[in-house]
Design a protein around this ligand. Structure first.
Ligand code: 5GP
Length: 346
């Protein structure tokens, strides 16, 4: 249950030969890019690798190379020497692959979420990494893998998407240094950007319209939220992955500290996403309360219940957390002014 060093992880990868790689349910650019890059890198070292996920890739990631390595769940073996999860804070996040993980020789957990519960036999969790793609870059370099255009494109996609096109606060000098390295292999940022962000279906844009129509704002606490019903997806012919990015519109409103999206999915469940604009509001705390997790400024959870029920309980908790932040700030300024007046009296 401890965190391993990069050196230990590299050593473990050198030792073993038979891998299953998976990312989380509803895979995103970081999960997909990092698993493909790691998979191609391990294959270059002569290892056996299969990648399988609980859900298919969203259409905007289909441009990434995946021939011969990405399998349907039905095609994979029950058990592998090592099952590696990428970008999963808990084992449940690999979804339908969980049984293959539990049957495999060992589990390796590669992640950058602060809410990670260290479920692996090996854990390489780095909250400071902007994307798991950064960690995979370091692993591949440590393994002495010669990068190529395919691997570099997958890693670039991972970094691009998890940093909001290098705009979020998780973007570091290290992120840019890795990008410089990747560009040496011929990655074309403009091409990747076009493939990822400029391939929306008409349905996706109409879904965005429905989400924006549902937008509500609480000025007092600085919360904005959107709601997408199952009917909205049916009417626009879209699926959950088409709602990616909707929440950023709510977050971009002036004066908003916390943005929330409520999405009705199958099985009587609601998927909740949280984003915060200011570092003081830790939305991971809200997500953890609902058995979810993520990062300080981007987190999510899944709840059973109707949209109305889930919305009410989540908004109450969000207000609690925001009030806690305001109370903390008030206390801090009182302490500071007390200290200042004490100094003046001296
Ligand atoms: P999103 O809102 O885009 O689905 O996810 C934002 C962040 O929260 C991502 O880093 C994602 O991995 C994490 N996250 C989303 N949903 C869940 C969840 O149900 N459980 C946990 N533990 N993390 C989640």
């Amino acid at each position: 249950m401890r965190n391993n060093s990069l050196k230990e992880i590299v050593k473990a990868f050198k030792k073993h030969d038979d891998y299953l790689l998976s990312t989380h349910i509803s895979p995103d650019g970081d999960g997909i890019g990092s698993e493909l890059a790691l998979g191609f890198g391990l294959k270059k070292l002569g290892k056996k690798v299969a990648i399988a996920n609980s859900d298919p890739f969203p259409a905007n990631y289909e441009f990434l190379p995946c021939n011969g390595i990405l399998k349907n769940r039905e095609e994979i073996k029950n058990t592998y020497g090592v099952a590696v999860s990428l970008e999963c804070p808990s084992l449940n996040r690999v979804g339908k692959l969980k049984k293959n993980f539990l049957k495999s020789g060992m589990i390796m957990n590669l992640d950058h979420h602060m809410s990670n519960d260290y479920f692996g036999d090996y854990n390489y969790v780095d909250e400071g990494a902007a994307a798991v793609g950064e960690q995979v870059f370091d692993i591949l370099v440590g393994l002495g893998v010669k990068l190529d255009l395919n691997i570099a494109t997958c890693l670039y996609t991972s970094l691009l998407t998890d940093t909001g096109s290098f705009s979020y606060s998780n973007t570091t000098r290290r992120t840019h240094e890795i990008v410089i390295e990747l560009m040496k292999y011929g990655v074309n940022p403009s091409d990747v950007n076009q493939n990822v962000y400029e391939v929306s279906s008409l349905g996706k844009i109409k879904l965005l319209g429905k989400a924006l129509n549902s937008l509500q704002v609480d000025d007092k606490y600085g919360i904005a939220w959107t709601v997408l019903t199952k009917e909205a997806f049916a009417k626009t012919g879209t699926t959950y992955s088409d709602s990616e990015g909707v929440i950023n519109y709510a977050r971009s409103i002036k004066g908003i500290n916390v943005a929330i999206s409520f999405t009705e999915i199958s099985g009587g469940k609601v998927k909740i996403s949280f984003r915060s604009k200011r570092d003081e509001v830790d939305v991971n705390k809200i997500a953890l309360f609902f058995n979810g997790g993520g990062h300080k400024r981007a987190s999510g959870a899944l709840q059973e219940g109707t949209l109305k029920e889930v919305k009410e309980s989540v908004l109450i908790k969000a207000i609690d957390v925001i009030k806690g932040v305001s109370a903390g700030k008030k206390l801090l300024s009182e302490i500071k002014s007390c200290a200042a007046s004490a100094k003046m009296k001296r």
